[in-house]
Design a protein around this ligand. Structure first.
Ligand code: ARG
Ligand code: ZN
Length: 854
């Protein structure tokens, strides 16, 4: 059944308080829920509560047991009549967390109990009005065997604990902040705890606790530091202080997503908590910092102010991603962070927005809300907030945010209320800007320019088109941050940040007077809007910007465009006699300049040296030439490695042994070019780096170079890696991923073989992502093999996962949904794979929606 935003109705009754008792059992877990109802709107006496996979034991209303004849009960809900406008109910249900493989509701992970309730998991724990506009205070008493579950946690502050007469242990938690049920959490187990504290700006001392499996205590320091940094940053940047006496994080190894912002009790995928230099890469460390920050920031943008309904999801997600991006930019190199954020947007969101599942950041309808935790809601949502920030400027943006927090604290609101608060607080009109919330598609921008030496006037004509939004879609309000450079590379307009142009028409001309000579424009600095720039300037202009632009993002971008053009040229001439086997001279010169530019930040330099990936190149083609792209990119890597062997070797040596992320990144980019030459010396260099590495960044970078060869070091290093890290699942995930992404001819056999590996299981989402997800999204050559084996492999796994974990199964469908972008033979095979899935018995709504819409 499709749910529409236009059908939204406020609830007739509200639940204002919940007293929950959860008795944990090995067979049955009993949940007793005491609810306080009060009338919210006219609309009759009927009370409908959601509930799934529950065994109803009893229902009492105002202390009176209700006989089955007086309620109706389906596999989705429980309906009864309210005796008055204010009343209480007591509901007892039984559940079986140990059988819950969907990992939604209450389930078990490594013997511990934990929960995931967003979006609609609370209804799998007890009957409830499981919708975000119903906000209640919660008191939760957890009862269980203290020897098995010495730690028992829920939201809020600890209010008491002890031992019951029957010997069971109990803990009572009180959360005074009204919240929707999706923010409920419960954890129980034999967990270790790492403690610290934080003193807030008003002087309150907060206990900080990270709970992990025993033995992992020494891997929490980075997460804890990231948490403290986040708490401080939110105070300084947004004036937001934490509001309970304790903040807890629990790491679990079976988790459908990254993490969850449950009030006062965040539950995390262990991948985003546990790290030591020996077991986690620099990228893992960054991921932990940003996810810890993201979940912490939700306390204000998500929890204190939440969503009225799930169509408003970007209200909290887009805003919170924007906030975590700002935070990470402040903690690290802002330029490199921006590059990474844009790469992610382009890799995941642009294809989504161009494909069959395109939706605006505020969708109008859905079948299964879990399918709408998308790159569009999150990443494009964050870009939309960023544009508001750009349009308002730092100071007014803060004023708008202050008003938003003031006006809506404690409420469940809409994106419209958010934009209105920003508008009112800043005094800036966002009427036209609001269209970003309702139009899908990535706008395509074309720019032409003219210079008249007689009048010294320069003009830029800018056009926007958004075919995905339909031919009649009105123009968007697009901030275009612009710089003009003279032929020496100097800025012609005040401030290196450039000028902000407001593009509000389909086509618009901007003029600039007193420009002494034809300038070079630097467009959309810092990626000021999530658009595609269609018109491609000449190589010389790109080369010039690559060397001179003061905006680091556009400097990087110019280099990437130059590289992309070369690679596309090689792809186009793939079957012709003039096929080049190396990028153009202009590119090679620009690359050479990078190799000797010691003033650049090493991490930025590494990003600028890396060639665009195969998927990105494919995105620039109407029909993706899978094999030609792979060959062009490999040939380019090889020719660059050969041509610049000396410089690359020098960079490799200079940056080895430095305890610095940027240096490691730079060194490992150099290594990737050197090994691309396939010379024995360089393969042995990678093998040596693999053996001697003192950190996972270097070890995995080296192993990644070896897995793509047939050199004896291939098997040796993989076997060594496995033996070394066998007991650390998160590290073994990297081992699966590297093999899943290898392009050597046997890779497909390897991947199929790994399904049977004892360390592999479809029941763990991280394992699924590390092998199957990585293969489908990161191994274009084998996934799109013309034999159809890759597609069959993926559809088989989706059909298996449909039975145990439909959320995870549904997430794997999207690579097949891109079939329109492939050659006719591949299209046929991809559609066949989709049809097989559609014909599966007992197809979940999750997988059905994704497959059917593809
Ligand atoms: N709110 C969580 C976060 O972004 C993610 C929850 C995802 N839930 C889901 N059903 N996919 O921090
Ligand atoms: Zn979030």
């Amino acid at each position: 059944a499709t749910i529409f935003l236009k059908d939204y109705k406020a609830p007739t009754f509200r639940i204002t308080d919940v007293q929950l008792t959860v008795e944990l059992g090995e067979e049955t877990t009993r949940v007793t829920s005491n609810l306080s109802f009060s009338r919210n709107t006219d609309g009759g006496q009927q009370v409908r509560l959601h509930g799934e996979n529950l065994t109803l034991v009893s229902l009492e209303v105002e202390g009176r047991e209700i006989p089955p004849a007086e309620y109706t009960h389906t596999d989705k809900d429980l309906t009864f009549l309210a005796p008055s406008d204010q009343f209480t109910a007591r509901i007892v249900t039984d559940i079986r967390p140990q059988d819950n493989t969907e990992l939604e509701g209450l389930y078990k992970s490594s013997g511990n109990f934990c929960t995931q309730c967003e979006a609609e998991g609370f209804r799998k724990i007890t009957y409830f009005m499981d919708r975000p506009d119903v906000m209640a205070t919660f008191t939760t008493t957890v009862i269980g065997d203290g020897s098995k579950y010495p730690v028992m946690l829920s939201n809020g502050n600890l209010d008491g604990h002890g031992t019951l007469k029957d010997g069971r242990q109990f803990f009572r938690w009180v959360d005074p902040h009204p919240k929707p049920a999706y923010l409920f959490a419960l954890v129980a187990g034999d967990l270790a705890c790492v403690s610290d504290e934080f003193v807030t700006m008003s002087g309150r001392r907060i206990d900080l606790k990270i709970y992990v499996e025993k033995g992992d205590e020494d891997k929490c320091a980075h997460a804890m530091q990231s948490l403290k940094n986040s708490m401080k940053w939110d105070e300084e940047k947004y004036g937001r202080e934490y509001d309970l006496d304790i903040f807890m994080i629990v790491a679990v190894s079976d988790f459908n997503m990254g993490a969850m912002e449950n009030k006062g009790l965040n539950v995390f995928n262990s991948k985003y908590v546990l790290a030591s230099p020996e077991t986690a890469t620099d990228a893992d460390f960054d991921g932990i910092e940003s996810v810890i920050a993201h979940e912490y920031f939700h306390n204000w943008t998500g929890n204190r102010i939440t969503c009225r309904d799930w169509f408003q999801l970007t209200l909290k997600e887009g805003l919170t991603v924007f906030r975590d991006q700002q935070f990470s930019a402040d903690m690290n190199s802002a330029a490199v962070k921006r590059i990474e954020d844009v790469q992610r947007l382009r890799a995941a969101q642009f294809p989504e927005d161009a494909g069959p599942l395109a939706h605006p950041i505020q969708p109008q309808s859905y079948v299964e809300i879990n399918n709408f935790y998308t790159a569009t809601i999150y990443e494009k949502g964050a870009e939309v907030i960023r544009m508001i920030h750009t349009l308002l400027g730092e100071e007014k943006f803060r004023k708008g945010m202050d008003l938003y927090f003031d006006r809506h604290d404690g409420q469940a609101v809409t994106t419209e209320e958010f934009v209105a608060a920003l508008e009112d607080g800043s005094g800036v009109d966002l009427t036209q800007f609001r269209r970003w919330y309702t139009q899908p598609g990535t706008p395509e921008i074309t720019v032409t320019d003219q210079y008249d030496p007689a009048t010294r006037r320069y003009s830029l004509t800018v056009r926007q088109d958004n075919p995905k939004a339909g031919p009649k879609a009105p123009p968007l309000h697009i901030p275009l941050s612009l710089g003009l450079l003279d032929d020496q590379g100097h800025e012609l307009m005040e401030g290196a940040a450039g000028n902000m142009l407001n593009l509000t028409e389909h086509e618009q001309t901007f003029t600039f007077d007193d420009i002494p000579a034809r300038p070079v424009p630097s467009l959309f600095r810092n990626f000021s809007a999530p658009v595609k720039l269609g018109s491609n300037p000449a190589d010389e202009r790109l080369d010039f910007l690559f060397k001179n632009d003061s905006d680091p993002f556009n400097r990087w971008e110019a280099g990437q465009r130059l590289a992309t053009r070369c690679l596309l040229d090689m792809v186009e001439k793939h079957d012709s006699p003039e096929r080049p086997n190396a990028p153009s001279g202009t590119f090679m010169d620009a690359f050479a300049a990078l190799l000797t530019d010691e003033d650049l930040d090493p991490a930025f330099r590494a990003a600028a040296m890396a060639l665009p990936g195969e998927n990105y190149i494919g995105q620039q083609m109407p029909i993706v030439a899978v094999d030609a792209i792979h060959e062009a990119r490999s040939a380019s890597m090889r020719s660059i490695g050969t041509r610049f062997e000396d410089d690359l070797t020098r960079i490799y040596n200079q940056n080895s042994g430095q305890d610095n992320m940027g240096c490691r990144r730079l060194k490992n980019v150099a290594l990737s070019y050197l090994t691309a030459t396939e010379s024995e010396d360089h393969i042995l260099l990678a093998a040596r780096q693999y053996r001697e590495a003192t950190n996972m960044t270097d070890r995995v970078a080296a192993l990644g170079r070896l897995v793509d060869t047939d050199h004896p070091e291939h098997d040796a290093a993989l076997a060594d890696f496995y033996a070394r890290w066998e007991t650390d699942q998160l590290v073994i995930d990297k081992w699966f991923t590297l093999q899943a992404m290898a392009s050597r001819p046997q890779a497909m056999d390897d991947v199929e073989g790994l399904l049977k590996h004892p360390a592999f299981t479809l029941l763990n989402p991280n394992r699924v992502r590390s092998l199957i997800g990585a293969f489908a999204a990161g191994n274009p050559v084998h996934f799109h093999s013309i034999s159809g084996r890759g597609y069959r492999f993926l559809s088989d796994r989706i059909m298996e996962l449909n039975k145990t974990n439909p959320q995870i199964a549904a997430r794997l469908v999207s690579p097949l949904g891109q079939w329109r972008r492939y050659s006719p033979e591949r299209q046929t095979l991809m559609k066949e794979a989709l049809n097989r899935i559609l014909e599966t018995e007992n197809l979940s709504p999750h997988v059905f929606e994704m497959t059917n819409k593809s």
